[in-house]
Design a protein around this ligand. Structure first.
Ligand SMILES: O=C(O)CCC(=O)C(=O)O
Ligand SMILES: [Fe+2]
Length: 335
């Protein structure tokens, strides 16, 4: 039996997640030049697809602060499972991350009707452990992912466990385990046509940044004897939630706007400097055949209509694969 093709190859074909993360691309001459600039280093990317390059920033370059205001959580009314954590970043940290992103250099996405992402974007690898420590008590500690209601009862779900139907997922209890250091920073300038059109986010493999090496710990690509993906329970990580960290809020417009599948009114969340907006991702594992959105809301990065640019960091909340979970069947049989 041939193993299924790597998830990353499939992800690139997946239209809704047409937001290439920029890692792993062939480094250009300009990128090499930028790598020498202060605060940034060249990242070596290791994952099953091969080795690529991107830019990273050290903890010293970000200048994480220790004496911070307590992070607080507010649920977003009208968007099940979405919430905002205030004081996830300090204003200084926001400014440093914005400066580092500017230093790395934003790339303008073409204003092409077929693209969801039509804003400025840059990939950065940054260990967000300080942010995770502030936010962890406010994040879902466990997620019970089940494929069918009948199988959900197989797992005892302690208090505080979020339950969601994820037909594509290995079933079981996922444990909270960090934030993805593999970041995208987005920029929306006023009256520029910059926008991130309506879409749902999909899950991403986890990564770990150690020194200058970013390695993927999302899932193993090897297939078991029955041709299913083989996961290393408790070791491999995958995301369940998107985390969007707002670095600026001196703009008019520029909300992250949620749309109701049933035609309810749109819910705009205005950017707030230092706040983190979190919401569910679908669990397609990059596969096109999986239709169930698993509570993942449709949302857009709305245009900025005046004032300064909106800058936001996109990360993912990572969970360890369930120890007693089963690997899912390959895409063709998952419907
Ligand atoms: O910038 C925003 O408000 C939305 C960004 C977004 O949708 C994403 O990162 O997937
Ligand atoms: Fe999104």
């Amino acid at each position: 039996l041939r193993p299924p093709s790597p998830v990353f190859t499939q992800r690139r074909r997946c239209s809704h997640s047409a937001t290439p993360r920029g890692f792993g691309s062939t480094p250009t001459k300009t990128k090499k030049k930028k790598a020498k600039r202060e605060g940034l280093f060249r990242v070596e990317l290791r994952h099953a697809d091969g080795v690529g390059a991107a830019m990273g920033a050290s903890a010293a370059a970000v200048g994480w602060e220790s004496d911070t205001n307590e992070a607080t959580r507010t649920d977003v009314a009208g968007v099940p499972g979405a919430f905002v954590i205030r004081n996830a970043l300090t204003p200084k940290e926001c400014d440093r991350l914005a400066a580092l992103a500017n230093e790395a250099g934003f790339e303008e996405a073409p204003k092409d009707e077929r693209r969801d992402q039509q804003n400025g974007a840059v990939s950065l690898a940054v260990d967000l452990d300080p942010v995770f420590r502030r936010c962890a008590p406010l994040l879902p500690p466990r997620v019970l992912a089940y494929r069918a209601a009948a199988t959900a009862d197989r797992w005892a779900a302690p208090g505080g466990t979020e339950r969601r139907r994820c037909p594509g997922a290995p079933e079981g209890l996922y444990e909270l385990s960090g934030l993805n250091p593999r970041l995208r920073v987005y920029r929306y300038r006023a009256d520029s046509g910059d926008v991130f059109r309506p879409h749902r986010d999909d899950c991403w493999p986890g990564s770990t940044l150690a020194g200058t090496v970013l390695s993927e710990d999302g899932w193993a690509y090897a297939a078991d004897r029955r041709g299913r993906w083989a996961f290393r329970p408790g070791v491999d990580r995958v995301s369940h939630l998107s985390m969007l960290l707002y670095l600026t809020d001196d703009c008019e417009g520029g909300a992250t706007t949620f749309f109701d599948d049933d035609g309810g009114p749109p819910v705009p969340v205005a950017p707030e400097k230092g706040a983190a907006l979190c919401f569910w991702q679908s669990f397609k594992l990059g596969r096109d055949g999986v239709r169930d959105a698993a509570l993942a809301p449709v949302h857009e990065g709305s245009p900025v209509t005046g004032g300064g640019a909106k800058l936001a960091v996109r990360s993912d909340v990572l969970y360890a694969f369930p120890v007693d979970g089963e690997a899912p069947a390959p895409a063709s049989s998952s419907g």
